[in-house]
Write a protein that binds this ligand. Structure first.
Ligand code: FAD
Length: 237
């Protein structure tokens, strides 16, 4: 499992981290930070992160039911995050190798993103919600012009879907390749103490061990899992 993202880009009339590309601004920011520990250098980027469980009617009842059944009902459907960056098609990430036997060519890795129609339904809904974020009057003074990417002419569900298929990229959260689960589960590799079924003295303790990917950033959960399994090992389990 992995998380993928797709973005809307707007030009804004406020100072963002992109301004640090200007050497003069950068020098001033560095001086301010060194002198007072204040200013733009205190900002790690991606200042706003939020999670949402969609309001009723945003996605179909069937998908709502399927997601709640899968995730227990209290997980968010999507995460929204802001970046001081120009996001577009992400084409440069997608190195598609030619048909070649040259070992120096990059391999083609197909993670099968967006093969479940419910994932696409959720992403289309999230895309429309994201556009709503730019609608309130209070936001208008911060915006310059219209939508830079993908642009307002991407309007119908089919156009939004095509854009998402073209631009979606990983959030770098691949996980769950050695799933923890019941021995009766054919996809499970580990028991609840992270021991590999059918072996002795072998555990997998990392993001691969997750039975499913949490609806957020996984690093903290990797630490939590490691603490838990270390405790089990120390207690002779
Ligand atoms: C660019 C990027 C940004 C991210 N941002 C965030 C974020 O903001 N918040 C968040 O929560 N998560 C973030 N993540 C995800 C997070 O980093 C991973 O989910 C997490 O590190 C996974 O932990 P892990 O222990 O499973 O694997 P890893 O942290 O990848 O650890 C695997 C370790 O195994 C070592 N290794 C590999 N092969 C061998 C070998 N043969 N012998 C010995 N050692 C080996 C590697 O060197 C590595 O140290 C980000 C990931 C990336 C790539």
């Amino acid at each position: 499992m992995d998380h993928i993202w797709s973005a809307i880009t707007r030009e804004v009339d406020v100072v963002t981290i992109a301004a640090l590309a200007d050497p003069e601004f950068l020098a001033e920011a560095n001086a301010e930070y060194v002198a007072n520990r204040t200013g733009i250098n205190t900002n790690p980027g991606g200042t706003i992160i939020s999670f949402e469980k969609f309001p009723k009617g945003t996605i179909s009842d069937a998908t709502r039911k399927a997601l709640d059944l899968e995730n227990g009902g209290d997980w968010p459907d999507v995460e929204y995050f802001s970046q001081d960056a120009y996001a577009s098609t992400n084409d440069d990430y997608l190195l598609s190798a030619p048909d070649s036997k040259d070992t120096f060519d990059h391999p083609v890795v197909n993670p099968n993103w967006l093969t479940d129609p419910r994932d696409m339904e959720v992403l289309i809904a999230a895309f429309k919600r994201l556009r709503q974020l730019f609608k309130p009057k209070v936001v208008q003074p911060a915006l310059i012009g219209g939508e830079v990417y993908p642009g307002e002419d991407v309007a119908t569900d089919a156009q939004i879907e095509a854009n998402i298929r073209r631009s979606a990229d990983t959030v770098f959260h691949p996980a769950c390749t050695c799933k923890m689960g019941m021995s009766s589960d054919r996809m499970a590799v580990l028991d609840s103490k992270a021991r590999v079924f059918g072996t002795k003295g072998l555990r997998v303790v990392d993001a691969d061990s997750f039975p499913k990917l949490i609806p957020g950033h996984p690093q903290g959960t990797v630490y939590g899992l490691a603490e838990k399994i270390a405790y089990e090992i120390l207690n002779g389990n």
